[in-house]
Design a protein around this ligand. Structure first.
Ligand SMILES: Nc1ncnc2c1ncn2[C@@H]1O[C@H](COP(=O)(O)OP(=O)(O)O)[C@@H](O)[C@H]1O
Ligand SMILES: CC(=O)N[C@@H](CCC(=O)OP(=O)(O)O)C(=O)O
Length: 303
């Protein structure tokens, strides 16, 4: 029974609007990237956990990849270490890598697991090291050198790129109705750990699992144009134009990169949504209007 003043016909309308979406996503995998900037207040975090539990209960298979950039920055600051970024990636020396493991694999991961579990779900927290889930190698970044000289190779330490994802553990968890919550840490064959941008992990995972949808939750309404207006639907060509003219930059670049990669490799669609909006996940998945920016492939369904 509804406890607020919402008229019954509106409640009925919302539920019937959701029905075709529930049918469409039933049995499908949806990868959700929960960005550190979207984890801003306790009420929003509880709303996120409830949305994930609801997804699971209506037969969707949610897989959560979380970030935690601001949370890593906070702990580094507390121990008197400065955060430095090169091309959007955190320079990660051995000490920083320890902090990344503590914050992502420990604090943030377990907080999300605990929230989902207290709202009726069965979440399991993992980093990419568990079960060899995320294989990685050192990411090489370059900067153009002086005229006619080779590009300069930049050393940013333990920053990784995904070389492979082993879906076996995901299948096992899905089969037993658990919700995986994944910290973006990878490991190479020698057992060396890498700090990986969470958007890139989410994109790879969506591709490996052939997800129906990849949802990136961040701290803007979606992709905005130069006048600050929300762009609701973009195809690959338009995204490339927006990158070329500088409208898309900074932290939005890895998101659109992984979105384009995902939709060109079998993922139904990617949406970039505002994690600061209460129940943004439900609005995105189960309403006609959706929220945020949808990036679709050439032959994708636009919904
Ligand atoms: N065209 C754009 N539209 C919206 N945000 C953009 C755009 N280009 C760059 N950005 C920046 O990207 C940021 C989101 O990336 P980021 O800070 O890395 O978020 P997260 O922590 O969620 O991964 C926005 O807050 C904004 O500053
Ligand atoms: C290499 C690199 O930069 N890794 C990120 C990993 C966390 C992340 O991606 O968190 P958000 O999604 O909240 O930004 C970092 O250290 O901040």
């Amino acid at each position: 029974m509804s406890t607020d003043a919402t008229p019954p016909d509106q409640v009925a309308h919302v539920l019937t609007e959701a029905l075709p979406y529930i049918r469409r996503f039933h049995g499908q995998t949806v990868v959700v990237k929960y960005g550190g900037n979207a984890m801003v207040d306790d009420e929003l975090k509880r709303g996120f956990a409830r949305d994930v539990v609801l997804m699971k209960l209506v037969g969707i298979n949610p897989v959560i990849v979380h970030g935690g950039g601001p949370q890593i920055g906070e702990l580094l600051e507390r121990i008197g270490k400065k955060s430095e970024f090169v091309q959007g990636m955190r320079v990660t020396d051995a000490e920083t890598m320890d902090v990344v493991e503590m914050v992502l694999g420990g604090l943030v991961n377990k907080e999300i697991v605990s929230l989902i579990n207290t709202h009726g779900g069965r979440a399991v927290g993992l980093s990419g090291k568990d079960g060899g889930l995320i294989r990685a190698q050192r990411l090489t970044l370059t900067r153009p050198g002086p005229a006619e000289q080779a590009p300069e190779i930049l050393d940013i330490g333990h920053v990784g790129e995904v070389t492979g994802i082993d879906p076996a553990l995901m299948a096992l968890l899905d089969g037993a109705d658990f919700i995986p919550v994944i910290a973006p840490i990878g490991v190479d064959e020698a057992g060396v750990s890498y700090n990986i941008n969470a958007d890139l992990v989410a994109g790879h995972l969506a591709r490996t699992l052939q997800a129906e949808k990849l949802i990136l939750m961040t701290n803007t309404a979606g992709i905005l144009d130069d006048d600050g207006q929300l762009l609701t639907g973009l195809d690959a060509e338009r995204v490339r134009d927006l990158i070329a003219d500088g409208t898309i930059h900074g932290g939005m670049l890895p998101k659109v990169d992984c979105a384009l990669d995902a939709v060109s490799h079998g993922v139904g669609a990617t949406t970039i949504i505002d994690g600061r909006v209460s129940h943004a996940l439900l609005l995105e998945l189960f309403t006609d209007s959706g929220v945020g920016t949808l990036i679709h492939g050439a032959d994708a369904r636009v919904s």
